[in-house]
Each structure stands twice: as structure tokens, then as C-alpha cells.
Design a protein around this ligand. Structure first.
Ligand code: ASP
Length: 416
């Protein structure tokens, strides 16, 4: 596929990146200082977000179909799929473990006042089994409804099936495959166009969010109230993203961490600004494929799936938050209960939708599993929007590292 043909010229993408950083810093500064008055620029963020969302459905369908049909042999899907799942599970488990260790050392919940919790704010509990829910959501009864609702798993399933079947049809399927190759190139070009607007979009998103939460002083108040908790989550996210994932990247993908992360910067900035792995997906794919040169096969396969089910940051945060709530309520958890938290947090990350603050909803799974009070969620609600953005950035970074690792396996390695 003409990935390199599409590569935007470096000076333009550097210009955009600098603009995005400036947009983020200026947005935070203006939102911090001027608070609610900055809601006047919120529309710029919404416009950027909507244009990213607009392109997700054609992007997933075309990149998945192109990826699968280029695999050559449909049987390779099986082993690539297994390796991808092993990567997801291994990295997510490491993240959760880091969270559990830190929360036991720092004990951020000890002494926190939970009497001010308002039960009205509590999020409804999950009734159905989460695993069954995930399995059932893979096959859509109506593909177009799944597209309209932007449900990514059914789209991935259909595209894999469609691409897989095309590979068994010999020469006759070539025009259809070529069609999707061109659709994929066109979609990438649209993403380049959308990125021209990214600096303003990021500015609008960040300033608009600070406006929503009442500006800098309101934010600082919440931050200080939950300072130790925030510190625990952020330390965990930092250890995972600055030590563990880079180690995996250099050991298993044999890549320079510095170059790889520098090329991912616009995706990571977008993740922080939008708080949504799925909205960031177009930018993640652009960075991974075009800037980092990971084979479109690997990125087309690993990234859409990863955006939906591989959430290292979210799972880490779920574990920290659950143990924080237990500490705040003075509930001592046994080792077995902590193991249950470890397992359910991993599951809750898989089950969380790739949209802002979805982790807060799946946290009920973790709390219910060890009988912790659901109203405990209200204690961490105020600061969640900020932590959501941080964990989303780590989620996207984990996906990007995964694409490089899987791209370096023998099935997907591109000929030199
Ligand atoms: N916002 C996160 C994401 O899209 C999910 C979450 O942790 O709430 O990756």
C-alpha cells in the first residue's frame, strides 16, 4: 500500500505538532485563568472531535480489510491474533500490578472523609456479566446500527470476516481489495486534512474542559482534596509508560524509544485533549504507520482492536481507585480479594468503551466483585476528568507499542 506516498511532509507535521503543544498549554493556561468564560472556544474542540469521529468507521473497515487481505495466508490471522491478545493481557496485568503495589504502599485512602458522599451521584451498577456482554457485543444483529452507534468491536469482527473471505476468492476478489486499498489511502489523506485543524481543536478542547469544571481554582481545590490519590494514579501511569512500555518496545520491537515516542507525539496530545482512545484512533494510525513505519498490516490489525480492549491506563486506575475506596471506608481487603481486584480491573479495562470516563462506569464491576460500596465512586468523581485524560494517553501509548511489537513478529514483518 502506498503508505509512504501518503507521508505528510515532515516540516508540515512538525509545524502541526508544535501548534498542538502550544494549543494544549495555551488552552490549559486560558482555561485555568479565565474559567467559565473560556466556554466560548469549546466549539473548536467539538468540531475537531467530530471530524475525528466522522472518519473512524471508514478507517476501521478499510484498514482492517486491507490488513487482512495483505496477510497473504488467512491462517496467519490465528497466530497473529493470539500474539496480540497475549501482548494485551501481559501489559495490562503488569499495569494493574503496578497500581496495586503503589496503592498498598502510599495508602492514599487512609483518613479520607467519606461522609460528604452524595449517593445521588452514584453510577448505576452493571447488572449483566461483563464477559458475556463483551462476547455478545462482537456480533452485531445490524451492521449499520453498529456503525451509527460507533461500536468498534462489531465493525472489527465484520471487517475481519469480510477480508478473510475475500482472500479465499482468488483473482475475482482483486477489484474489491483494490477498492478498499484506495478507500484506505483516501481516508488517510482526510486525516492529514483534519490534522491541519488540530492545534485549534486541542486548544478548544482543553480550554473548554477547564471552563466546564469552573477554572483553575476549582480544579486545584479538587486536586488538593484528592492529592494522594491523584499522585498514586499518576505515579503508576508514569512507571508503566516511561519504564515498562519503553522496555517492551526496545526488547521486543527493537526500536529506538526516543524516535518512536517523538513520532507518536501528536497522537498522545490528541489522546490527552479528547480523553477518548477511539476518537484518537485516526491520529494513532497516522503516527504508527506513516511516521513510525510500522507495517499497515500490524497497525490495521492491532490498533483498532487495541483502542477498544487494550487499556493499560484504565485498568491500572480501576485497581487503584477500588483499593482507594476500600481504604477510605476502612475496609481491609484480604489477599484473595486483592487478587479478585487484579482480575476484575483487567476485565473492566477490556470492557470499558474507548470514550471519555468510560472507566468510571466499568468500575462498578470491580467494586461489586469484592462488595465495596458503589457510592465510593462519588469520592473520586470530581478529579476523574483529569485522570481520564492521563490514562487515555497511556492507553494509546500501549496500543502504539503493541503495534510495533506485533509488527515485528515473523508473520507480519515486512520484507526489507
Ligand atoms: N477514556 C478512556 C479511553 O478512551 C477510557 C476510560 O478510562 O475511561 O481510553
Amino acid at each position: 500500500m502506498g503508505a509512504t506516498q501518503n507521508a505528510p511532509d515532515t516540516s508540515r507535521s512538525q509545524f502541526i505538532l508544535i501548534g498542538m503543544f502550544a494549543g494544549m498549554i495555551l488552552g490549559a493556561a486560558c482555561g485555568f485563568l479565565f474559567g467559565e468564560r473560556m466556554s466560548v472556544v469549546g466549539w473548536m474542540g467539538t468540531l475537531f472531535l467530530n471530524s475525528l469521529k466522522m472518519i473512524i468507521v471508514p478507517l476501521i473497515i478499510s484498514s482492517m480489510i486491507v490488513g487482512i487481505t495483505q496477510l497473504g495466508d488467512v491462517r496467519k490471522i490465528g497466530s497473529t491474533g493470539i500474539k496480540t491478545l497475549v501482548y494485551y493481557l501481559a501489559t495490562t496485568s503488569i499495569a494493574v500490578l503496578i497500581g496495586i503495589i503503589l496503592v498498598n504502599i502510599i495508602r492514599p485512602g487512609a483518613g479520607v472523609d467519606v461522609t460528604a458522599v452524595q449517593p445521588a451521584q452514584v453510577i448505576a451498577a452493571h447488572d449483566e456479566g461483563v464477559l458475556l456482554h463483551i462476547i455478545m457485543s462482537v456480533i452485531p444483529p445490524n451492521l449499520f446500527k453498529a456503525m451509527a452507534d460507533m461500536e468498534i468491536l462489531p465493525l472489527i469482527f465484520f471487517s475481519l470476516l469480510f477480508g478473510g473471505v475475500l482472500t479465499t476468492m482468488g483473482k475475482r476478489s482483486e477489484p474489491v481489495i483494490e477498492f478498499f486499498v484506495i478507500v484506505n489511502e483516501a481516508v488517510m489523506k482526510i486525516i492529514h486534512l483534519i490534522m491541519l485543524f488540530a492545534p485549534l481543536g486541542v486548544f478548544g478542547l482543553v480550554a473548554g474542559k477547564f471552563a466546564d469544571v469552573g477554572g483553575g481554582s476549582a480544579f486545584m481545590q479538587e486536586l488538593l482534596k484528592l492529592g494522594k490519590y491523584t499522585l498514586t494514579v499518576l505515579s503508576g501511569l508514569t512507571i508503566h509508560s516511561v519504564i515498562i512500555l519503553p522496555l517492551i518496545l526496545s526488547l521486543f520491537a527493537r526500536r529506538s524509544v526516543r524516535t518512536y515516542v517523538a513520532n507518536m507525539a501528536s497522537a498522545l496530545t490528541t489522546a490527552f485533549s479528547t480523553g477518548s482512545s477511539s476518537a484518537t484512533l485516526p491520529v494513532t494510525m497516522e503516527c504508527v504507520e506513516e511516521k513510525n513505519g510500522v507495517s499497515p498490516l500490524a497497525s490495521g490489525f492491532v490498533l483498532p482492536l487495541g483502542a477498544t480492549i487494550n487499556m493499560d491506563g484504565t485498568s491500572l486506575y480501576e485497581a487503584v481507585a477500588a483499593l482507594f475506596i476500600a481504604q477510605a471506608y476502612g475496609i481491609d481487603l484480604s489477599l484473595t480479594q486483592q487478587v479478585i481486584i487484579f482480575l476484575t480491573s483487567t476485565l473492566a479495562g477490556i470492557g470499558a468503551a474507548a470514550i471519555p470516563q468510560a472507566g468510571l462506569v466499568t468500575m462498578t464491576i470491580v467494586l461489586q466483585a469484592v462488595n465495596l460500596p458503589l457510592e465510593g465512586i462519588a469520592t473520586i468523581l470530581a478529579i476523574d476528568w483529569f485522570l481520564d485524560r492521563c490514562r487515555t494517553t497511556v492507553n494509546v501509548w500501549g496500543d502504539a507499542v503493541g503495534a510495533a511489537v506485533i509488527g515485528n513478529t515473523k508473520e507480519l514483518r515486512q520484507p526489507e
